[in-house]
Ligand binder design. Sequence first.
Ligand SMILES: [Zn+2]
Length: 325
Amino acid sequence: MTVSRRTFITRHVSCACHLALAASAMPLVARRAWAAESLGTMVAKEDFATLQKISDGVWALVSTPLTGNRTTLSNGGIIAGRDGVLAIEGFQTPEGARWLADKAKELTGRWPTHVALTHYHSDHANGVGAYFADGHHPVVRATARTRDLALERNTTPPDPSRAPAVNGAVLLAADAPTTLDLGGRVVRLIPRGGHTESDVSIELDDPSIVFCGDLVWNNMFPNFVDTVPTQMISSVRALKRAKNTIYVSGHGPLAQPADIDRYLAMHEEVEKLARKSHAAGISAVDAAKTFVLPESVGPWGLSNPANTVVFHQRALEAWYKELKA
Ligand SMILES: [Zn+2]
């Protein structure tokens, strides 16, 4: 059976697939910029990711999947305190999570004692079982909804260590921040939503650093597959701080306040189009065909018209769903 590109995209809606398509659409110069741009000090580099020190005891893993190596696809990181080490995200593959755990050991002297999942998407959670290698028993933290969705939907490729790791998660409150004291380092895990039904941002106050999960994408048009747009935008506004802050986006390079502003401005353009087209009775498919983001919001990682239309269409469909309700 031949599967049209459109059907393929509709069926394979994970962020992983989204990234593969975006990569094919991203001009070479943008791919290079993604890999090179850095707000931190590079401490490790592989084909699939760099690890950047962004403060004492805080490192960001910035995936560079546009190289074609998909060991990790999402960003994540390490936060270390005197008594514990938190690994952020389970990544696309066990090899990716294992790499981060090994780096934690090298850099801090200990294997992750805690693991936090920002949401259920497979590119953030699939490899989580690898943190339990060699008899290690970190505490996995996730919301109940993230745990349930990960168990239900992240089933391929098979990995016998995945389900027990997810199933054993210590649940985060869905209605209030959870504080994790790693010893001289207090981390807040804040329940939010909009990219999926349940998202969590992982935040430090001093230094001011926010691991945003997929609520924030930088330089790449986001995947709206599970998105409730108004909720997502209010989550982004809520996590944005008045003071200078490093934002570890879910995908793309590390972000500064100006990047968050540009991201919100891009969303405003999408919202404007969605409201106008919806009111005029124009289908999301037709509206997406002619939509071009204004140059003022900068590049959003999609130049191939075929893929751009699909991503924009998915965004408009998410908006239409909300506007209809
Ligand atoms: Zn996601």
